[in-house]
Design a protein around this ligand. Structure first.
Ligand code: HEC
Ligand code: HEC
Ligand code: HEC
Length: 110
């Protein structure tokens, strides 16, 4: 009996930090059209979030250097090619880091 309780306690201790870690990293991919309620005919951008985490610091996108929560830019303009994701977040970095086809529509709108 005592043994079982010890096992359960150990398992809980192991699972807790793991689940916290997973939560902090946020979702692996994010449907930005749905999340930010963009309207229009372009196909939804499924943003590869974890892939970006391997390439650049959280602070490149999040106000909090530890990541999560608010983004460094406010997404207000949500229509057309002059929208805030293009102009303020995605395109400037892709240009700066010379991402191959980083501004080609099909890279993001599949
Ligand atoms: C290239 C940009 C980018 C980078 C780099 C990035 N994120 Fe994100 N992250 C986003 C976007 C966009 C969202 C969706 C924003 C929203 O839902 O309001 C998001 C959402 C999240 C969320 C869930 C949203 C919430 O409710 O807080 C967490 C947690 C998170 N990111 C953590 C991180 C951590 C930790 C890092 C660094 C290891 C990181 N992100 C790096 C762009 C990025
Ligand atoms: C701070 C820099 C930075 C920001 C901001 C950024 N990206 Fe990227 N992105 C990269 C880099 C670097 C790569 C190239 C990764 C590689 O393949 O080495 C990339 C690649 C991509 C790819 C191609 C993935 C693949 O499988 O080849 C997509 C899609 C993408 N980004 C979408 C976005 C979207 C959407 C946003 C805005 C919400 C965004 N990115 C913002 C740095 C950034
Ligand atoms: C680096 C990623 C990226 C690239 C490249 C990109 N977009 Fe976008 N685009 C986004 C994101 C993120 C949104 C907002 C979320 C959504 O609508 O899915 C968006 C939204 C849009 C919108 C507004 C929403 C809609 O459905 O009408 C238009 C129009 C648009 N993009 C056109 C283009 C065109 C045209 C190109 C090629 C010249 C292009 N995009 C290239 C990331 C990108």
């Amino acid at each position: 009996m005592k043994r079982t309780i010890q096992c359960i306690a150990a398992a809980a201790l192991l699972a807790l930090p793991l689940s916290l870690y997973a939560a902090e990293k946020g979702p692996e991919t994010i449907n930005l059209k749905e999340k930010f309620q963009f309207e229009g005919k372009k196909s939804a951008v499924i943003f590869p979030h974890h892939m970006h985490q391997e390439k650049v610091d959280c602070a490149k996108c999040h106000k909090d250097p530890a990541g999560g929560g608010a983004l460094i830019v406010d997404i207000v303009k949500k229509k057309g090619s002059g929208n805030d994701f293009h102009k303020k977040l995605c395109w400037p970095c892709h240009k700066e880091m010379k991402v191959p086809k980083g501004k080609s529509c099909k890279t993001c709108h599949k």
